[in-house]
Design a binder for this molecule. Structure first.
Ligand code: PEP
Length: 254
């Protein structure tokens, strides 16, 4: 089954609203006509202006995190409905930096995912092992636990909205990409986990993208792997010329 390629830029805590609109205006003509779907996960304060600017160029704008509650006395937090109203169409959940630096647990990520679905934001679920877990041979164990826990209680009809991002923690912001074989094996295993939960037909439709030091040189080979349906790009997505080259380098693969 053929799945579209998806390229998600994760800007982390970079770029003001003004910088974001300049970026999108610069990027737009360079990716015009390209077949991949392009998403940009921007800082909260940038969502409204980036979404207004990106509306006409077919680029989706989303957030990098959200709270699991609909609303409440949670100082400094942000709710899915607020992101949606600002113009976000998706949200990254369980990013390695959220898990590692901010101590997000599988249980919290599960609650966030249910909330995102309820409030109509497309969830991008990040999963991946640490270096120690990899060295201990626990990759499958970790991926299965993260996927099963995150997707518990998700209604079958909503699984079509999901994108999974395999992000081995040791490869994020590391200038070290996982080998193509490692990535394909991990993606195929993630798909198997989804299949065990929701059946083959649904599992074959879920896009599974790779993140971890993706750049313009390695993207083509990464997305040529059978179960790799795109990439999540951090550092290399901060420059519009580099991001457009990444998008262009994916042309013709699917
Ligand atoms: C990321 O932010 O999810 C990421 C993969 O970062 P980088 O591409 O810089 O490794």
């Amino acid at each position: 089954m053929s799945r579209d390629l998806i390229i998600i830029a994760n800007w982390k805590m970079y770029k003001t609203a003004r910088e974001a609109t300049d970026f999108i205006e610069h990027l737009a003509p360079k990716i015009e006509g390209c077949k991949s779907k392009v998403f940009i996960a921007v800082p909260f304060t940038t969502i409204a202006s980036a979404a207004a600017c990106a509306k006409h160029v077919g680029v989706a704008i989303g957030a990098q995190n959200m709270n699991d509650a609909r609303e409440g006395a949670f100082t400094g937090e942000i709710a899915a409905l607020m992101l949606k109203e600002a113009g976000a169409s998706f949200v990254i959940l369980g990013h390695p930096e959220r898990r590692q630096i901010f101590g997000e647990t599988d249980e919290l990520i599960h609650r966030k995912l249910l909330r995102a679905i309820q409030d109509d934001l497309q969830p991008i679920l990040c999963v991946g092992e640490t270096l120690v877990e990899r060295e201990e041979g626990k990759i499958h164990e970790v991926l299965k636990k993260q996927i099963v826990s995150a997707l518990a209680d998700v209604p079958e009809k909503d699984i079509d909205k999901l994108i999974i991002a395999y992000e081995p923690i040791w490869a994020v912001s590391a200038r070290q990409t996982a080998s193509f074989k490692h990535v394909q094996d991990a993606h195929s295993f993630c798909r198997k986990c989804v299949e065990e939960l929701f059946g083959k037909r649904k599992a074959n439709r879920v896009p599974i993208i790779y993140g971890g030091s993706v750049n313009a040189n390695n993207v083509k080979e990464l997305v040529s792997q059978k179960d790799v349906d795109g990439v999540l790009v951090g550092g290399a997505s901060l420059d519009p010329d580099t991001l457009s080259t990444i998008v262009q380098n994916c042309e013709g693969i699917r």
